[in-house]
Design a protein around this ligand. Sequence first.
Ligand code: SF4
Ligand code: SF4
Length: 441
Amino acid sequence: MMERILFALLLVGATVLFSRNILRITRNIKLGKDVDRTDRKGERWSLMTRVALGQSKMVVRPVAGILHVIVYAGFVIINIEVLEILIDGLFGTHRVLSFMGGLYDFLIGSFEWLALGVWVACAIFLVRRNIIKLKRLAMKELDGWPKTDANLILITEIFLMTAFLVMNAADYKLMERGEVEMHGAFPISAELFRWLFYSWENSTLHFVERVCWWAHIIGILAFLNYLVVSKHLHILLAFPNVWYSKLAPKTEMTNMPRITGEVRSMMDPSVQPPVPVARTIAGMDMTERFGAKDVFDLSWKSLMDAYSCTECGRCTSECPANLTGKLLSPRKIMMDTRDRVAEVGKVIDAKGKWEDDGKSLHSRVSEEELWACTTCNACTQACPVNIDPVEIILEMRRYLVMEESRTRPALTTMFNNVENNGAAWAFGPDRRMEWAEEMNR
Ligand code: SF4
Ligand code: SF4
């Protein structure tokens, strides 16, 4: 009875903590500006099925892609087993779903193969990160916590799979000896641990089975709460993030309604010039800005993008700016955005409302990084969860140009030409056809 009460308390505590953190992340995402991404629903469901569920962009790189599919499938499917663990834990039953007979045997057998697959895939991922040190997995922006985070995730998954297999092995040995009723099929654990458990006492096997059962479920509940402070949050956010993808052409820039309104009012005096839109965010009044100074000026989708980033570096490894030695890394842009929105969230949690902390997104992302982007969109194309770093870069550039008048010298000339001549070149519109006249001479 004590065991069941302890389990129920643990379950409630972990669920409450997880819900609280998810609500905080939802609030942080909502700090962004509103944008409508609910059109063309059929297309969105199809995209989500292909990209998030079908992992279609992951397998473009076959080695990492196939290993990731194994980990993803294993992690999702093995968690069906958690349902049984929860019922057994709460009601003191033993393998409660075994009434399914042959189907149960098939499921448990499949889970064991998947567990082995996840174990091997995670071990290979660890080798790629820490021994082979693939370039995109050993870049400077991953130093410190991001590297530790990635390793912790892989080690935890190995730990969970090991606990699952050892628990099954000990249970199977007890079933073989008639200590408990025989249910399930154990193609991996029975073979792997046959030699080890051969001579063990029944009481020791019971103890091992219980320790692994508790380790497995505590590990899962702890991991659930770890997700929300780690890049592993992508396993939850990948689906909505892909669903809300930008369906417009990748290079299409969003218009600024206020600028459009101002131009209209200049051309037609009967049109009233627009007034800046004021918003109250986390208890603070903010007027509309051109572009993005801080996370409040980005769309909620850009903030969801930041929380969905897996830090895989596929974007950076395809970025021509990065490949030619420039400072820009689209992965770092996403990590900086997520770290800044988390920082803002902590201020709101501590003070009950937002109070300017004297920092902004520009405190983390330099102008050199922003101006290195060619807007080629190779990063958005490469991202396995349809994240769009370019939108953030463009909004931050807009802020620099339109609010701070800070730009690159070559662009200043171009901007002056556009303003004075209505074209990027240093000639007025009346001279636009001179080239054709010269050709005809
Ligand atoms: S759009 Fe910019 S950040 Fe993305 S790959 Fe191209 S240059 Fe790099
Ligand atoms: S933005 Fe996408 S491709 Fe780039 S690191 Fe994040 S998840 Fe990977």
